[in-house]
Write a protein that binds this ligand. Structure first.
Ligand code: CDT
Length: 312
């Protein structure tokens, strides 16, 4: 048996401060059309794909940055992308900054079906970086200042399978994949903006590409699911962003890989039935998991060294 979903990982190059939403949407439409020509059912765009990665800057009054957020989706500027998806019969995944009617600010992604209708929203759970201005850094990573944390991970029946979403830093946390796969997830879509320079420990800079694939591939294999990781890449406002977008199979193997740091589409025919090869053997959760010995994972946040190991 096979259930093929042809997926395009639509990496984008940098988006500068001066690039308008209309210009960016035009680039996304070009990638969507390329995906359509390649036979894609689904084209996956990155995290915060409509603007520059604004959390690299601090402003005293956060309201000054509300212009980076979408108050509706589709918005007048993004409607042409939805219309083109419907015309072509290609679904897509899009990351953007969302300002809700209640005034919440989320780092959000949407999954859109082949009719151009939104199937689901996901709001980023693991917000990285810092809450306050840290002028010693070459650039800020203020997601914890600008965004509210999302409520959790859900799965959705779409594209003939069970789909999930996560955003950037979520991919570094094994809990993300496991909570999705415990709901039967067969494919997780993950956009990212990953600065190559990590200010708290620059020794990690040279390892950014390795760590990216390490977590995406481990998440795929340990949960028997497809993982689609898509970057906004290249030099954006003087900040170097990692590329290396990849489509990874349930074996943990990379099936398609971007080679540039610009707008680039890579495509893979993803057989969702291959998930069962792992979900029903080595990672047969019902048979092998031992939740009674994992209680620390939900009862505790930070490290707690047992009293017996503490010096008196
Ligand atoms: N956008 C995002 O989540 N980026 C983070 C950077 C972590 S360092 C503050 C990432 O995990 O790639």
């Amino acid at each position: 048996m096979s259930r093929i979903v042809t997926v395009g990982a639509a990496q984008t190059g940098p988006i500068q401060e001066t690039d308008s939403r209309n210009e960016v949407v035009e680039r996304l439409i070009n990638l969507l059309r390329e995906g359509s020509r390649a036979g894609c059912d689904l084209v996956v765009f990155p995290e915060l794909a409509l603007t520059t990665f604004f959390p690299r800057w601090y402003v005293d009054d956060k309201k000054e940055f509300d212009h980076y957020f979408e108050k509706e989706m589709p918005s007048p500027e993004t409607k042409p992308l939805f219309d083109e998806a419907k015309r072509l019969g290609v679904g897509f995944h899009l990351g953007y900054a969302e300002l809700t009617p209640k005034g919440e600010h989320f780092n959000t992604s949407v999954l859109v079906d082949k009719a151009g209708d939104i199937i689901a929203h996901y709001r980023k759970v693991h917000l990285p970086g810092h809450e306050e201005h840290e002028p010693w850094r070459a650039f800020q990573h203020l997601e914890r200042y600008y965004f509210d944390p999302g409520p959790g991970f859900e799965v959705h029946a779409a594209f003939g399978g069970i789909m999930g979403m996560a955003i950037c830093n979520d991919r570094r946390w094994p809990e993300t994949y496991r909570v999705l796969s415990l709901q039967g997830c067969e494919m997780v879509l993950i956009g990212y903006n990953t600065p190559v320079h990590y200010a708290p420990d620059p020794n990690q800079d040279r390892l950014q590409g390795f760590h990216n694939h390490l977590v995406l591939q481990a998440g795929a294999y340990q949960n028997g699911m497809w993982v689609v990781g898509v970057a906004k890449a290249g030099e954006e406002e003087g900040c170097d962003l990692l590329g290396e977008s990849a489509i990874i199979g349930p074996s943990g193997e990379i099936k398609a890989l971007c080679s540039t740091v610009g707008d680039e589409l890579v495509v893979a025919d993803c057989d969702l039935d291959l998930c069962a090869d792992y979900k029903e053997t080595l990672f047969n959760f019902s048979r092998y998991r031992r939740p009674e010995v994992y209680t620390r994972i939900t009862s505790q946040i930070g490290v707690e060294i047992p009293e017996t190991l503490k010096e008196s």
